[in-house]
Design a protein around this ligand. Structure first.
Ligand code: ADP
Ligand code: MG
Length: 698
């Protein structure tokens, strides 16, 4: 097998040039030497290699490389799990010459984008393993606030947002020989903008190539956009999937999902189960309930391994989805089963082998945007027909499977939209407009978007940036806007950071920004809710949650970043470590622009007042006012909102600033809130905003 691989590789490589091939056939007795690091390949390498070769994309390797050679742009469509994300970048790596330096004298790389941070990390780890190299060396990844790559890196997986950031300093993306836009069907905002940018880059850099990869949704649309680019289809390895609908609509999809999982485990033959739910809390809850119910059934059923999957899960936990089902408890006993409970990350981004049963309640958390009020919220909404189709496909990868849709067939036919709208049509565009401005694209209205956003959404974004002072009245980037665009943060947060030295509290605003940029740092284990809440209360600042976060950060540093201190205080150590790292990165950006690091004297009354004022300078549009009726109204759009129960306030302030507005089962809840003074708005919020919005109130 070793020899065959050697010759096969050598033959393929001659497509582009022989320099890599020459290195690869150096042998050491019977073992091939891994030319990336000079060591003999490990036994594991050969094991994985045998598995890789069975993936559908391998059957078209020659065709793919030929098409890549003959075209500048290529569209590759293939069923999820056919090996696009893990294999195609390696094919490209074999075929292109990265050794010859570019005109700047630097070695070139291959980039493969992913819409999801977690997919970029997980897939790059897998590919490093497949290539038998250490992650961060030849194969790396780069996601917001975390760069795991080096000068040796030849293949980098990165989020689409990161590639867009790189374009800000390297407008022609000259360090990349080939760019692979993966999961293009997801149509994230960053991918959509990259599509437009790359079209221009390709014209200016005839030596570069683009591969657009997508699951089977909407492929023709990409062909229409990249005129002349060939479309390659990788036939899936799909087995038939039997679809079941409920007869009546389910009142509670969560309960129904758990019930169905347990029933499958009791009644259906061996095969793992994948359950789609919408978010972390729901998923953890479901995992608990399923485990408990199965345990109650005693030894008449096999053991289960219930594994959660969502974006903020620590990397070691993510890997558990790839572990096999548990063995029977005793020889000849009922077989074990793996049950994965996941967000729609398992829809197309990550493929889990061995799934035979899919439970699809028909919902996902999606960003919903109302341009009229410039408001954006994450809502649990019905999925599209295309998504439902993708989900059921997950059941038929290795053998015939079953998909249980927890809605009626009528509802599938009549209520579900054919496709999910691209993100660009349902999101706040302020961030992306700032990025485009920084990239020198002035005429945003006429930018070559695949689906142009509504003019009203664009003008709202321009207006927000104008209020923040990032754009002048002619919509040109101001000096302030230029600095703001350098921070990988929302414009409001960047603004707050950039002006914080003026309020003599940049040290504190840096800590707050870092804490707001990482997953929730408070742990509330189900079995210790009371103790956890008491621990949190010890950090609580009566004037607001932002200040509470600051207290946590300070306490963490005072206790020397000690993991056991975190554990004893119900603080998520990983989140704090990450926050510390984020803070250092933000400090570096501040230094680049000579923004002073300073604090007000802690014992002075002004200490917290300055911090709160600096926050208002960024978030003046996210203010709510307490009404006589006892509820809050958001100032920008008069929406009734409630304080999220997690808040630390000991009173109901007349004015609050909030970080998020989330819709729970019945209400809009503002989360992470801090008490501010109405009169500060007069000093701090820009005049135009006050005239338009505030005159009614003050
Ligand atoms: P596609 O991008 O076409 O959906 P992928 O390249 O992601 O396909 O997946 C190809 C195969 O690699 C799948 O069988 C998947 O289960 C496997 N795979 C991916 N990541 C891992 C991992 N971390 N551990 C084990 N197998 C993995
Ligand atoms: Mg993929």
């Amino acid at each position: 097998m070793v020899l065959m691989m050697g010759t096969e590789r050598k033959r393929k490589l001659s497509l582009f040039n022989d320099s890599v091939a020459a290195k690869m056939v150096k042998t050491n007795g019977n073992n091939l030497i891994n030319h990336w690091n000079g060591k003999p390949y490990s036994a594991r390498y050969y094991d994985i290699f045998d598995k890789r070769k069975t993936l559908p994309v391998w059957q078209q390797k020659d065709d793919f490389l030929q098409a890549l050679k003959n075209n500048q742009t290529l569209i590759l469509v293939g069923e999820t799990g056919s090996g696009k994300t893990t294999q195609i970048p390696q094919f490209v790596l074999e075929a292109v010459d990265l050794e010859t330096p570019d005109k700047r004298g630097k070695k070139m790389m291959i980039a493969c984008t992913q819409p999801r941070r977690m997919a970029a990390m997980s897939v790059s780890r897998r590919v490093a393993e497949e290539m038998d190299v250490t992650i961060g060396e030849e194969v790396g990844y780069s996601v917001r606030f975390e760069d795991c790559s080096s000068a040796r890196t030849v293949l980098k997986y990165l989020t689409d947002g990161m590639l867009l950031r790189e374009a800000m300093t390297d407008p022609l993306l000259e360090r990349y020989k080939v760019i692979i836009l993966d999961e293009a069907h997801e149509r994230t905002l960053a991918t959509d903008v990259l599509l437009g940018l790359l079209k221009e880059v390709l014209k200016k850099r005839p030596d570069s190539k683009l591969v657009v990869m997508s699951a089977t949704i909407d492929a023709e649309k990409f062909q229409g956009y990249f005129v002349g680019a060939p479309l390659m289809k990788v036939p899936g390895r799909l087995h038939p999937v039997e679809i079941f609908y409920t007869e009546e609509p389910e009142r509670d999809y969560f309960e129904a999902a758990i019930r169905t999982a347990v029933q499958i485990h009791m009644c259906e033959p061996a095969g793992d189960i994948l359950v789609f739910l919408t978010g972390e809390e729901e998923i953890e809850d479901a995992c608990c309930k399923i485990s408990k119910e199965v345990a109650n059934l005693g030894d008449q059923v096999g053991p289960v391994k219930v594994v959660p999957l969502y974006s903020t899960l620590p990397p070691a936990m993510q890997q558990r989805i790839f572990e096999p089902a548990p063995p029977p408890v005793k020889d000849g006993g009922p077989t074990g089963r793996k049950i994965v409970v996941s967000t729609n990350i398992a829809e197309t981004s990550l493929t889990i082998d061995g799934i035979v049963y899919v439970i699809d309640p028909g919902f996902a958390k999606q960003k919903v945007y109302n341009p009229r009020v410039c408001g954006e919220s994450l809502l649990v909404s019905p999925i599209s027909k295309a998504s439902a189709h993708q989900r059921s496909g997950r059941a038929g990868r290795t053998q015939p499977g079953k998909c249980f849709r927890l809605y009626t067939e009528r509802s599938f036919n009549n209520d579900l939209k054919p496709q999910t709208d691209p993100e660009i049509l349902r999101t706040n565009l302020a961030n992306i407009v700032l990025t485009l401005k920084k990239l020198g694209i002035d005429d945003i209205v006429h930018f070559d978007f695949m689906d142009p956003p509504a003019v009203e959404t664009l003008s709202r974004a321009l207006e927000l940036l104008n209020y923040l002072g990032a754009l002048d009245d002619e919509c040109n980037l101001t000096k302030l806007g230029e600095i703001m665009s350098e921070f990988p943060l929302d414009p409001q947060m960047s603004k707050m950071l950039v002006v914080s030295p003026e309020f003599n509290c940049s040290n504190e605003i840096l800590s707050i920004s870092a804490m707001l940029s990482v997953p929730n740092c408070f742990i509330r284990p189900r079995q210790a809710l009371k103790a956890a809440d008491e621990a949190k209360a010890r950090f609580g600042h009566i004037d607001g949650d932002h200040l509470t976060l600051l207290n946590v950060y300070h306490a963490y540093k005072q206790n020397n970043e000690d993991a056991s201190w975190c554990y004893n205080n119900f603080i998520n150590n990983r989140a704090l470590k990450l926050a510390d790292n984020v803070r250092q990165q933000l400090v570096r950006i501040m230094a680049r622009f000579n923004l002073k690091l300073c604090s007000t004297n802690f014992n002075s009354r002004a200490y917290y007042i300055n911090i709160r004022k600096a926050m208002l300078a960024g978030y003046f549009m996210q203010v709510a006012h307490l009404e006589r009726t006892g509820h809050y109204l958001t100032v920008k759009d008069n929406q009734v909102v409630h304080l999220h129960p997690s808040n630390c306030l000991d009173h109901k302030p007349e004015w609050v600033i909030y970080n998020e507005n989330i819709l729970t089962s019945q209400n809009y809840n503002i989360r992470t809130v801090t008490d501010i003074r109405g009169e500060w708005l007069v000093d701090i919020a820009p005049r135009r905003w006050r005239e338009n919005v505030l005159t009614l109130l003050l």
